[in-house]
Design a protein around this ligand. Structure first.
Ligand code: GLP
Length: 239
């Protein structure tokens, strides 16, 4: 793991964003795995800032998002589909047919997860961007007794519900989500994880120094050969 401790979220956004912009310029049809949450927002701002300056184009970029809430309309402002459009896609020239999500409203969840896993295997993610939950979750892979392989429907933990419910002021937060499995995340050629704030300090210490255990799903990243971590001093305070 390559670890960078930065001054603040903006610096993380610049460093992680530059890594993505350079990778896109090197391989314009790159396949990116993308994440939601507050942590990747500065990275997305840097990427679309560079697009607006004419320094990068996302025209041929292909994306797969990590997860999506179950039974939340795609058009809801809190769906991860809406989030990605608001925070990144709508500010760039990415093509709608190149962006992919798990369908949290699919009638047949099992078939939907199989479809996504097969698409991911065909596409082969070049770089996967990750945030991390306070409990060490990646995507929506919550602490568990075993690591997951492919996509599945997950019941969110109270920790995640408490952390994310502040965004749901009109409708109650869904308690289920569809997520890429840990096995699929690990297949990405490169992984970039961003974390800010002291609420993530326990998770970062467990991820980096703890034993590899599904109790901290992010700890599996110790077994990946190409992981870059950008975090601020607060998130790094227990290292
Ligand atoms: C959600 C997402 C995760 C994300 C996490 C942390 O649970 N499913 O992919 O890493 O939130 O979000 P934040 O960056 O807002 O703390």
């Amino acid at each position: 793991m390559e670890i960078f401790i930065m001054d603040n979220a903006e610096e993380i956004g610049k460093a992680a964003g530059k890594l993505f912009v350079d990778a896109i310029n090197k391989k314009p049809n790159i396949v990116l795995g993308l994440a939601t949450g507050a942590s990747p927002v500065p990275t997305y701002q840097y990427i679309y800032g560079e697009y607006q300056k004419g320094n990068v184009s996302l025209r041929d970029v292909v994306t797969y998002n990590l997860d999506e809430y179950v039974d939340l309309p795609k058009s809801d402002k809190n769906s991860y589909y809406s989030f990605m459009h608001t925070e990144l896609f709508d500010h760039t020239d990415i093509r709608e047919e190149n962006v992919h999500f798990l369908d949290g409203n699919a009638a047949d969840v099992e078939a939907e997860c199989k479809r996504y896993d097969e698409a991911l295997d065909r596409a082969q993610v070049d770089i996967q961007l990750l945030g991390i939950g306070r409990n060490g979750h990646i995507g929506f892979n919550e602490p568990s007794i075993c690591f997951t392989k492919g996509a599945f429907k997950v019941k969110l933990t109270q920790s995640t519900i408490s952390a994310n419910s502040m965004y749901f002021n009109e409708n109650p937060m869904p308690h289920y989500a569809l997520t890429m499995g840990v096995g699929s995340i690990m297949k990405a050629k490169k992984i970039v994880l961003v974390a800010t704030g002291s609420a993530k300090a326990d998770a970062m210490a467990a991820m980096i120094h703890g034993e590899v255990t599904p109790v901290c799903p992010a700890s599996i990243l110790q077994f990946h050969h190409d992981v870059v971590v950008f975090m601020d001093k607060d998130a790094a305070k227990l290292l």
